[in-house]
Design a protein around this ligand. Structure first.
Ligand code: GLN
Length: 231
């Protein structure tokens, strides 16, 4: 769209895109890019990874953190703490973030894996994840959210439990599948404008959720670029 040619792009930071994308979650970023482009915004996506020297989350309008296998999570968890403070400040400021599966787990305190390794998370969200030997949670999921029904796919061995149920709210109530764990019958997490979820598929093929997140991103973009203009 010509009127936006000189407008600064909406900036998305894709955390560890090269390591945390075993489950096709890059589709979420593609859906958002499409929706935002349709509304006349240019979109820039930066991969923030092991070789990224500095990362300041407040320069971004959206953070995305996809799912990954235990091994890749171990690699990412070693590098992640250097970005912990900027991600924490971003989340606490109420800016939008979507973290899927392995990325969701890494925002919590820890993930104890099938081989007994404890992967330390950023500890921003009061939740923890543990492996239990009975079954991997794999299959279709369906759940009810504030934006309506969501249909997706889950594939995880970690079971996530909230340690502060006043602070963290579930993203949805299960209709089908496991979600966070087999006992609580809830899926994912909402804290301010940060959403954690076990949903692949990708989750944002559910246009109700994609539209809600695109709206949050535009609001954040407008706030960020207005501040920049008056600085
Ligand atoms: N490796 C983690 C688990 O199995 C996360 C999996 C995922 O991101 N799909 O629980």
């Amino acid at each position: 769209m010509t009127e936006n040619i000189n407008k600064e792009a909406i900036k998305i930071a894709y955390l560890y895109e090269d390591l945390m994308n075993t489950y096709g979650d890059s589709g979420d970023v593609k859906v958002l890019r499409y929706l935002l482009n349709q509304q006349g915004f240019n979109v820039q996506v930066d991969n923030v990874s092991i070789d990224t020297k500095t990362f300041d989350a407040k320069n971004y309008d959206f953070l995305f953190f996809g799912g990954g296998q235990d091994f890749e999570q171990t690699v990412v968890a070693k590098d992640l703490p250097r970005h912990g403070e900027t991600i924490r400040n971003y989340i606490e400021a109420g800016k939008p973030m979507l973290a899927i599966c392995g990325g969701y787990q890494l925002l919590g305190d820890y993930y104890k894996t099938s081989d007994g390794t404890t992967i330390k998370g950023l500890g921003i969200l009061p939740l923890h994840t543990v492996f239990k030997a009975d079954a991997r949670m794999i299959g279709d999921t369906k759940y009810e959210t504030e934006w309506g029904t969501v249909a997706a796919f889950e594939n995880h061995s970690g079971r996530t439990y909230f340690d502060d149920k006043n602070k963290l709210k579930p993203l949805g109530k299960m209709i089908e599948g496991f979600g966070n764990n087999p006992e609580d019958h809830v899926e994912g997490m909402r804290y301010k404008n940060t959403i954690g979820s076990y949903s692949h598929g990708p989750i944002l093929k559910n246009i109700n959720v994609a539209d809600a997140i695109a709206k949050m991103i535009i609001q954040n973009y407008q706030a960020r670029t207005q501040v920049t203009m008056t600085e």
